[in-house]
Write a new protein. Sequence first.
Length: 508
Amino acid sequence: MEKILVLDFGGQYNQLIARRVRDHGVYAEILPYTTPLETIKENHYKGIIFTGGPNSVFEMSSPHYAKEILDIGVPILGICYGCQLVAWMAEGEVETAPVSEYGKIELTIENSAIFKDIPEKSIVWMSHTDRISKAPEGFDVIGKTDDCPCAAMQNVEKNIYAVQFHPEVTHSEYGNVVLHNFLYEVCHCSGDWQMDNFIETTVEKLRNQIGDKNVILGLSGGVDSSVAAGLLSRAVGKQLTCVFVDQGLMRKDEGDFVENTFTSLFDMNFVRVNCGEQFLAKLKGVTDPEQKRKIIGTEFFNVFWDEIRKQADKGYFAQGTIYPDCIESGKGDADVIKTHHNRVNLPDDVEFLGVIEPLADLFKDEVRKVGEKLGIPKELVWRQPFPGPGLGVRIIGELTAEKIKVLQEADWVLRDEMAKNGYEKNLAQFFCVLPGVQTVGVMGDHRTYDNLIAIRAVTTDDFMTADWAKIPYDILAKVSNRITNEVEHVNRVVYDITSKPPGTVEWE
């Protein structure tokens, strides 16, 4: 299989670059800039893409790479910081720009293989404070803006190209064409990365690996574990046991939906553990969001593995790990915004023949494509992102059974109304929050003092940034009216109009 290497220098769009490459039918993988040159040579990549990054190449503490990479005969495309890095390695000059460029900028280009079928002038997305002041010897300048005299350059002899802008983001009008041209005009890829091939080869690989042994999968009802279950079921049928822990913090009727789907659609053993009361007991009196996350994560771990210990013949352990969970970032240390639980840690007293991760090479959008081809219902394949702690982090403050019921009912009304009016396709994510605020209201000539519900809805391409969704007023009015009339103990609805940043998508 042809492969493109995305060499990560700490850029926020590293995963987006790889996803865009795969959209063009070419497999891309991400490695950190600390990857040895010999490892890169051994993998026989068709091309290498240097990502952007927040540093300045002329500062020696910044991420750099061995200059010899420019001479190994593999086509290279440098993006933003990666563009400046190419110039620095080839002994050009990079400086702090007199004028920084952020946002949409007009680019003027000259003839080049990477600019095939692109007009002379177009809009690109810039985000840089440094610039190339002098292109290296052997490089020709092929793009410029009013404030960046070297916005793109090339060394045709060495098949090295570099662009100061970000072709991977949708704000660059012809960015997708630039990536396509690099893959097919420069790297001469054939495009052999297809989902149909992935399913066939993965099912065959799973059968060979598992043989006549059993396999246990932790099923959350999310996209990743559901698709992993579908692949394993197709491969080994009843040899698969799925353990579903319902901690009482899912959306309304979601536990029943998950159970009905997998018991009717797939050939497998399905085990459901209902433990909502147990979780609430552990969470009694807890209000700190990070503490709630840790308690929910710990209790889930305990309940799940207690159930696994009951299985006589354990065989292999499977999980829905996807590619972003496996990537070693080129960023170095980063601030912890909130705790995530991507990969399951196995307890010391439980032994398996091995761990199986059938989706470890896929991004989320590719997982969804596999799910569709496996016939998994749309409600699961296109399930919106849902936090691991569930509604536990959408209820601000202490969790109680009464609060969970209020939020479940309000959230169901929101989802039902969006499905009926068809507006859900315009949103990346939408849900209700119970902030723990009570307000004065009037219902039936009586004064009320009851709960406030907040609605959160965003649009985004990648969830790195997100804008609050401009839902039409008449839709919001209908949702508000239904919630206050149909959900007990709610007398007010508000709409969150905060983008990310400065806010996050979730409230906790």
